[in-house]
Design a binder for this molecule. Structure first.
Ligand code: PLP
Length: 404
């Protein structure tokens, strides 16, 4: 029996869209031919030479062309399909760092193990990839952020050294929604001779993503955050970026990512990305007023403080994320109490929601540990409304008032 039955038996209001999103009809339609059982289905291996394989190959290349257009990459061979953004982040950090170090050493321009610069508020996929890089002899530097999670050209520049090879700064934060000036940061890194990667998972479909225009060398995306299937993502690598694939195998995806391609996943991913990009402005127009309303109404309550200072209408933060701390309360209990009332939300990120430690992001914002332990993230979807927000606030008040 699928575990989903308990949620489906009652009415739920899903406010955890930064964790994942429901599959959209467009993605489901795009995947259907590849999910049809038996010989009637489009089941080919995209690398086979026969007609069945060629059909799969065409579908894969169509998906790649669609992603290239939607993300405004220059060429389809800059796009590789992966198993999700965790893989894309790991591949980008490890693959670029190792290849850039080899290149620099061959030129005789590097006598150290090389350095990587990242922010303290990156997703664990980036943070933990740099732990592996440390084992490979790289030094890791942290780029300072301000109280709202923002980094500046000065703080980036201060973290770059003569032997820094790569900087990675997420386009938008998954817990508090801070948006970074990625175009300017990429230019600053380049001025210092440093390559630039961005995790754009939460930005996609919420704010403009223009890969060629922003000048980044690499970027990561995930389909399931934009109503595509889980287990599929995109790695963008600007043509000419040094890259050593760490997944050894048959050299699929033009050598960038070995393994028989997930054609159904790629088709669903492409459909979801195209849809998210097309609806980006409409999405922000729906969610931003609800975000502002929730911040205002929740922060009027005695125990509640915002985790970041979001001015109404601000574009410095994602339009769909609200993050507050509830004094004297503990997130997991609040989440379970709200769940019992039919509301799905998170503490920090979904991946760390089983941990009792306060999130590394809130720690990096200098939020005291006891306050950060009561943090809640509400992430709005396309169906956001003031009515939904009012129902949430009512349940939230009940739960917080009942806290002894
Ligand atoms: N990066 C960010 C900013 C995320 O929010 C997530 C998902 O939580 C990931 C990376 C990992 O994505 P995936 O679930 O596709 O591995």
């Amino acid at each position: 029996m699928p575990a989903a039955s308990s949620a489906h038996a009652r009415h739920i209001i899903y406010l955890d869209n930064a964790a994942t999103t429901p599959l959209c009809e467009e993605a489901a339609q795009a995947m259907r031919p590849y999910m049809t059982p038996g010989i009637e289905g489009t089941f080919g291996n995209a690398n086979s030479l026969h007609a069945i394989g060629r059909d799969a190959f065409s579908a894969l290349e169509e998906a790649r062309a669609s992603v290239t257009r939607a993300l405004r990459a220059q060429r389809p061979d800059e796009i590789a399909f992966t198993s999700g953004a965790t893989e894309s982040d790991n591949a980008a950090l490890i693959g670029i760092a190792v290849a850039a170090r080899e290149k620099a050493r061959l030129k005789g321009g590097l006598s150290t193990g090389g350095r990587i610069a990242i922010t303290r508020i990156e997703h664990d996929a980036v943070l933990n990839a740099t732990r592996l890089l440390k084992d490979l002899g790289f030094a890791i530097d942290f780029i300072d952020n301000d109280r709202n999670g923002r980094i500046t050209l000065d703080t980036l520049a201060a973290a770059l050294h003569d032997d820094t090879l790569l900087a990675s700064v997420m386009t938008a934060n998954n817990e508090v929604g801070t948006v970074q000036p990625v175009k300017e940061l990429a230019a600053c890194a380049h001025e210092h001779g440093v390559l630039f990667h961005t995790d754009a998972v939460q930005a996609l479909g919420k704010i403009e993503v223009d890969l060629s225009g922003s000048g980044v060398d690499a970027a990561s995306f995930s389909a399931h955050k934009v109503r595509g299937p889980k287990g599929v993502g995109v790695l963008y690598l600007k043509a000419g970026t040094p890259f050593r694939p760490y997944m050894a195998g048959g050299g699929q995806e033009r050598g960038l990512r070995s393994g028989t391609q997930n054609v159904a996943g790629a088709a669903g991913c492409a459909a979801a990305i195209a849809r998210a990009v097309e609806r980006r402005e409409a999405y922000a127009n729906v969610t931003k007023p609800v975000r502002d309303y929730l911040y205002t109404r929740l922060c009027e309550l005695p125990k509640v403080a915002p985790s970041v200072s979001v001015e109404p209408g601000s574009d410095d933060f994602l339009p769909n994320i609200v993050n507050v701390c509830v004094k004297g309360c503990e997130s997991q209990t609040l989440i379970m109490q709200l769940d019992m009332r039919g509301f799905c939300i998170s503490g920090g990120s979904a991946c760390s929601s089983n941990s009792l430690d306060p999130s590394h992001v809130l720690s990096a914002l200098s939020i005291p540990r006891n306050l950060a332990q009561g943090s809640l993230r509400i992430s709005l979807g396309e169906d956001a409304s003031i009515q939904q927000a009012d129902l949430f606030i009512e349940a939230f008040k009940e739960v917080v008032d009942a806290w002894s």
